[in-house]
Design a protein around this ligand. Structure first.
Ligand code: GH3
Ligand code: MG
Length: 298
């Protein structure tokens, strides 16, 4: 995959030096000449590496370094200081603020390329490890640990800003029968196909995880019961209508879904929100499966 580098550099000559040095390296390069609206730019570009000049017209490189490191999602984005003022004092301050490496502007081009590649490789390895630690290995949706982590954040945000948050627990109906008749490996394939359907029918801001076994958790931030019903109905009917290929067999599957809402259920903590969704799920199961049920509503 092509790496993206964001260069914060006000001097055209120095920017041209970087572009010329990297022209054969297949990087995508974005530029900010002054570091203005920096976080918005970071959000938009989501770079794999930042090359920072120290002295800039509005704010200096140290300030930008602080801004980057204050955001959790950019904690591991490498920062390479590229400046004509690289001395020991500046290096020590930069390191304290979370800089990854330093290079003087009169450096050898080969050193610049090697340092950039080393930083990008380290970032790639870190991203791969991070992905593996939050993703379920069978279905490739998030795992339960990540779900809990996001639930904590979304729950706090919902409570603080008085926004709704819906939690859905979705369980495959009579999944044991699939395993019993087709075998466990085929059961795995069916679970993976269900996860694919769920994933392709939700929004980017929604958080889908394999909660365990044949159970999926889905968080819908900024969504009330009505919106959650629309989302649940969409995935539920999609799965119901789809004949899943399991070897030579075409099988149809149904889902039961329990939904809780932060506003409607008044959960005092994130665990309670999940418990409420679980209670609703069991209501759906008891009522005959293949349906969606709400906590606190008929
Ligand atoms: P219900 O309608 O009540 O949900 O019936 P069910 O048969 O689906 O029962 P339940 O949800 O309690 O059981 C889930 C089953 O899912 C049990 C287990 O055999 C199966 N299962 C759990 N994890 C996996 C897995 O990773 N792969 C496969 N193939 N099966 C799994
Ligand atoms: Mg089940």
């Amino acid at each position: 995959m092509t790496s993206k580098i964001l260069v914060v550099e006000d001097t055209q000559k120095d920017f041209d030096f970087l572009i010329k040095t990297l022209e054969n390296e297949k990087f995508i390069i974005a530029r900010s000449p002054d570091g203005k609206n920096f976080l918005e730019l970071m959000e938009k570009e989501n770079p794999d590496l930042i090359i920072l000049d120290l002295i800039l017209p509005e704010t200096d490189g140290f300030e930008l370094c602080k801004i980057i490191r204050s955001e959790e999602r950019f904690l591991n984005t490498p920062i390479l200081f590229f400046s004509s003022s690289i001395n020991m004092d500046n290096k020590l301050l930069g390191l304290q603020l979370g800089a990854s490496d330093f290079l003087a502007k009169n450096c050898d081009r080969r050193e610049l390329i090697i340092k950039i590649k080393n930083l990008l490789n380290a970032k790639r390895r870190y991203d791969d490890a991070l992905r593996l630690s939050v993703v379920d290995s069978l279905t490739h949706v998030y795992n339960r640990r990540y779900f809990q982590h996001r639930l904590r954040d979304e729950f706090e945000r919902g409570r603080r800003y008085d926004r709704d948050l819906c939690c859905l627990i979705i369980d495959v109906d009579k999944f044991k029968e699939v395993n019993d008749t087709l075998g466990h490996p085929m059961g795995d394939k069916v679970l993976k196909s269900i996860a694919d359907i769920l994933r392709s029918n939700i929004r980017a801001a929604d958080v889908l995880c394999r909660y365990g076994g044949d159970e999926f958790g889905l968080l819908l931030p900024e969504t009330n019961f009505q919106g959650a019903y629309v989302a649940a109905e969409r995935v539920w009917s999609k799965v119901e209508k789809t004949n899943l290929i399991a070897g030579e067999n075409l099988i149809s599957i149904s889902l039961s879904c329990g939904i809780s809402s932060l506003v409607e259920g008044g959960a005092m903590g994130m665990d309670e929100l999940i418990t409420q969704a679980d209670v609703a799920l069991y209501k759906a199961k008891r009522a005959g499966r293949n349906q969606i049920s709400f906590y606190g509503r008929k």
